[in-house]
Ligand binder design. Structure first.
Ligand code: ZN
Length: 364
């Protein structure tokens, strides 16, 4: 069922284009993400009855464009009948959308929720609110300025703003004779969507479920509880019968239900660590709390973390603190222009309440 059209188109032997599913035909274009810890984007191309749907694009940079175009040309897509579906707003997924579709008749589909966030990030000033947020959580003005040039995702956004066909939860896209259900899975971004083919029980899991990395859950302006939303979205997907899962990054080498359980347990461990850190250092901000947590950058201390990785880590820590805040486990106040977190109850009690709460995520 799996074959490689060209086995040696990469120096390290990894194929650029692989057929990963038969009927409907699904190809994976391996789009490299240079200098980024995610390593690659799996761009999927679905084809049936002369129609083509491309899922995601890679960053707006030459290495991504070259790989994407080589893959799409090899598949011989008919551009008069080719559409693009963007799973979520991140630039490793949307970066080449206008470049790819400019002058072509196909549509660009994207969830309305993520599109609104994307629009605000492209043409609005939400980044100013976000920067102020990180400063109140312990970043310095100088670090924020440095981040604008160092963040591995910044600078690779789409070259221009573009219009889309807005999708809502439950909408259906067709490719030839096949239906694909668009399922809203807020969490990783406020409006991420996965595609699900019910007869084949085939799931394109985007960044909602990844296998050898944990999807990044961070804070979003206007979203109170990203982590709570994310866990609810995992429970939502767990109810589906799934035979094949195609993630947006790296490999899938595990049963998807096992992987969802692992991710759910990971966040419980993380929340308990966060509770311990707040208990030991009451009045800390998210940067100080993040410095107390265990991170999987082997051999590196918090001080050795590149600034951009620290930024992601603090975002994740805020998402965990928000989860605790929304459920009354911690309180947040301002002290000298910085946020300060404290537990509202004994740390051990907090952790046993979290254990109780997890029964819902395990058994729901
Ligand atoms: Zn993403």
């Amino acid at each position: 069922m799996f074959y490689n059209k060209n086995n040696d188109d990469r120096k390290d032997g990894t194929p650029m284009l692989t057929k990963v599913y038969e009927n409907p035909a699904v190809y994976r274009v391996d789009v490299p993400l240079p200098d980024n810890p995610l390593k690659n984007l799996n761009c999927y191309v679905i084809q049936d009855g002369g129609e083509t749907l491309i899922l995601d694009t890679g960053f707006n940079r030459k290495e991504c464009l070259d790989a994407l175009m080589a893959g799409v040309e090899e598949i011989e897509a008919d551009w008069t009948r080719t559409n693009l579906f963007l799973t979520h707003l991140h630039s490793d997924h949307t970066g080449l959308a206008p470049t790819l579709m400019k002058g072509r008749p196909g549509k660009i589909y994207m969830s309305g929720i993520d599109y609104d966030y994307f629009k605000e990030a492209m043409v609005g000033e939400s980044w100013k609110v976000s920067d102020a947020n990180y400063i109140s959580e312990g970043f310095t003005q100088e670090q924020i300025m440095r981040l604008h040039s160092e963040n591995p995702a910044r600078g690779y956004e789409p070259e221009e703003f573009f219009e889309v066909e807005r999708l809502e939860d439950g909408d259906i896209l067709t490719v030839g004779k096949w239906n694909f259900h668009c399922i809203l899975v807020p969490g990783h971004t406020p409006g991420q969507m996965v595609l699900y083919q019910p007869e084949k029980q085939l799931l394109f899991s985007a960044d909602h479920i990844l296998f050898d990395i944990t999807p990044n859950i961070t804070c979003w302006i206007g979203t109170l509880d990203s982590l709570g939303n994310y866990l609810d979205s995992l429970v939502k997907i767990r109810k589906l019968p799934i035979r094949t899962t195609l993630p947006a990054h790296r490999k899938n080498d595990m049963d998807v239900y096992t992987r969802m359980e692992q991710i759910i347990e990971h966040h419980l461990v993380r929340l308990k660590e966060t509770v311990d850190a707040v208990s030991r250092f009451p009045g800390s901000n998210a940067t100080q709390i993040a410095a107390c947590l265990r991170w999987s950058m082997r051999g590196k201390t918090w001080e050795d973390f590149p600034l951009s990785q620290r930024w992601f880590a603090v975002g994740e820590t805020i998402a965990h603190l928000d989860f605790l805040l929304c459920r009354g486990f911690v309180e947040r106040r301002m002290e000298n222009g910085k946020r300060a977190y404290c537990l509202t109850m004994d740390g051990e009690l907090c952790k046993s309440k979290l254990d109780c709460m997890w029964k819902k995520y395990r058994e729901d």
